[in-house]
Design a protein around this ligand. Structure first.
Ligand code: HBI
Ligand code: FE
Length: 297
């Protein structure tokens, strides 16, 4: 039963976050911020920049989602209307949150088909990169994929899986799955490898690197393998995992016996984020030239 937010077991570690006083235990903003015309212009400029690089590189389900939700109506989308449209398609809504929220609350919203999205937008100074997920990353990057019915079910399953991961204290392992699918996933389409991960699709650089560069490894996704693989934040990835279809991703996740997996999983990660191992089904072995040069440094 996912209707009520359960208490977090006392012995489970999650990063402590300071809850602003105006939000309740669900961490939801009472209402969405009213954005200024400068904010709206930032959204429009970010949108235009992505449209220069996404066609032919983003998954067709993502491009279709942008269209279906008409995310280019000018300025930061209003969550009420956006949720109405998305709800009609797949039963998901988009809800405003002030900042990163605790893992168990984040998972609880996903399990209830609510996507928590940042209630703020980056500034001109942080136009190219911000660490905290803002409304552009969350809405432009994540929400279009939620119009795909199978992907939408995968995200809900992920939320449910989060509860189990917490009870075994294996959130880091499940976090790797989120990282290599929802944030940095690639999809094999008939005419080539396309990006569906929000971390790739919400910025200008990684879209080209992830789909075309010689540097990164591209390996067919195996849920067990990915959950044993370390990940780096704030640089281009040394390795991407490729799915055949969203059905395949959904199936791998619901069919996996996570109780068994967590019981057999050694602590920490087994594989470095640049490793290629014997059992990998390698699509393209990367030169790793970017990573070996030291990345962003
Ligand atoms: N909070 N606002 C927000 N957005 C996220 O993507 C998010 C979060 N809290 C926790 C969390 N993600 C992680 O649990 C996942 O990335 C695995
Ligand atoms: Fe994200």
């Amino acid at each position: 039963d996912y209707t009520r937010l359960p208490d977090l077991p006392a012995d489970v570690y999650t990063a402590p976050l300071q809850k602003p006083e105006h939000v309740g235990d669900d961490w939801l903003e009472p209402k969405q911020t009213s954005y200024t015309s400068d904010d709206d212009a930032i959204w429009n400029d970010l949108f235009a920049r992505q449209m220069d690089v996404l066609p032919g590189r983003a998954a067709s389900a993502f491009m279709a989602g942008l269209q279906k939700l008409n995310l280019n109506r000018g300025g930061v989308p209003e969550f009420g209307k956006l949720s109405e449209d998305l709800d009609a398609l797949t039963g998901w809504t988009v809800v405003p949150v002030p900042m990163l929220i605790p893992d168990h609350v984040f998972f609880w919203h996903l399990a209830n088909r609510r996507f928590p999205a940042g209630n703020f937008i980056r500034t001109r100074e942080t136009f190219d990169y911000i660490q905290e997920p803002d409304v552009f990353h969350d809405v432009f990057g994540h929400v279009p994929m939620l119009t795909d019915p199978v992907y939408a079910d995968y995200m809900q399953e992920y939320g449910r899986a989060g509860w189990k991961a917490m009870s075994y204290n294996r959130l880091k392992a499940l976090g790797a799955l989120y990282w290599y699918t929802v944030e940095f996933g690639l999809l094999q389409e008939a005419d080539g490898i396309k990006a569906y991960g929000a971390g790739i699709l919400s910025g200008p650089t990684e879209v080209v690197y992830a789909t075309e560069a010689k540097s990164p490894n591209r390996i067919m996704l195996n849920v067990d393998r990915v959950m044993r693989t370390d990940y780096v934040i704030s640089d281009l990835q040394p390795t991407y995992f490729v799915i055949e279809s969203f059905e395949d991703l959904y199936r791998q996740t619901v069919e996996r016996d996570f109780d068994r997996l967590y019981r057999s999983l050694p602590p920490g990660f087994t594989f470095a984020n640049s490793s290629v191992i014997d059992l990998d089904n390698v699509v393209q072995r990367g030169s790793l030239e970017y990573t070996l040069r030291g990345g962003r440094g």
